[in-house]
Design a protein. Structure first.
Length: 275
């Protein structure tokens, strides 16, 4: 009875963080729509979010429904099932859709001068795409186990989660402001991470299987990053750049709190993938 109660609690935690993390994608899109601009939002953040949640959706789907992958996992973990849950896939797919919307906003709304995808991530994404295609052929040819291919996707997801936060934090630093970057998104992200980590620990305790945590590095890493960086973003917003953010609230929509848009320059003059 006690174990059943813990499983119900685990399910409640899973759907709770799914809701919080899912909602967290809306504030930024809404803020962009209201401001009719995307200055203050890192293009690296947006592009990496798009690619990484595509990877995470593919990863979660296969761990849930691909019997070959499930069996490969059992062989490596003493016959035990992986910890990927339906709410993980639901979250990943929903997040990917919202990432597509936010990415499309960077095509529609004006950006600040120099607000482009970095040369570094031009290189990283090109290398990732070539590796992805080559390894996919290796999987089809039974040279590489499918589960290893999926783990490699999850590692890229973790890299993207780290890199996108670093580039956004640096953009806030260079502008000395967080205007244009939704703090509501950050607060929801942090709350969801707490619940996600708690659920992972609870499942490991219930099943007496702590490898369920280490065996799902994407979920664990995502939770840890979503605890660390939002804490830093909250410090930037509420402490470090608090006065600048308060000043920005009294300004008009002429974007006086950071790099200005070039005179007479629209989005069409600034391609998304220029390095």
């Amino acid at each position: 009875m006690f174990t059943q109660g813990l499983r119900l609690l685990s399910d409640a935690l899973g759907w709770s963080y799914f809701i919080l993390w899912s909602i967290s994608f809306y504030p930024q899109a809404i803020l962009n729509y209201k401001r009719k601009r995307v200055d203050g939002l890192s293009i690296d953040f947006v592009v990496l979010n798009f690619v990484s949640f595509g990877c995470y959706s593919f990863y979660s789907y296969n761990f849930l429904f691909n019997e070959r992958v499930r069996e490969e996992y059992r062989q490596r973990h003493e016959g035990k099932d992986n910890s990927v849950a339906p709410n993980d896939l639901a979250f990943a797919l929903h997040a990917f859709v919202l990432c597509c919307i936010t990415l499309s906003q960077t095509w529609i709304y004006p950006r600040a001068r120099g607000q482009e995808l970095s040369a570094w991530h031009h290189l990283v994404l090109s290398f990732w795409f070539i590796t992805f295609v080559a390894e996919a052929f290796a999987v089809v040819s039974d040279i590489v186990p499918t589960i290893d291919f999926l783990y490699h996707l999850s590692y890229f997801k973790l890299y993207a989660s780290l890199a996108k936060y670093v580039f956004q934090a640096y953009l806030n630093y260079t502008r000395k402001s967080t205007k244009g970057w939704s703090i509501v998104n950050v607060l929801l992200d942090f709350s969801g991470a707490v619940l996600s980590l708690f659920q992972a620990l609870l499942i490991a305790q219930i099943d007496d299987n702590w490898s369920s945590i280490t065996g799902n590095p994407a979920k664990l890493g995502l939770s840890m990053l979503s605890l660390a960086f939002p804490t830093f973003f909250m410090a930037q917003h509420f402490v470090i750049y608090r006065e600048r953010n308060l000043e920005a609230r009294t300004e008009t929509e002429s974007y006086q709190d950071g790099p200005k848009l070039e005179e007479g320059k629209s989005y069409e003059d600034t391609p998304l993938l220029d390095g």
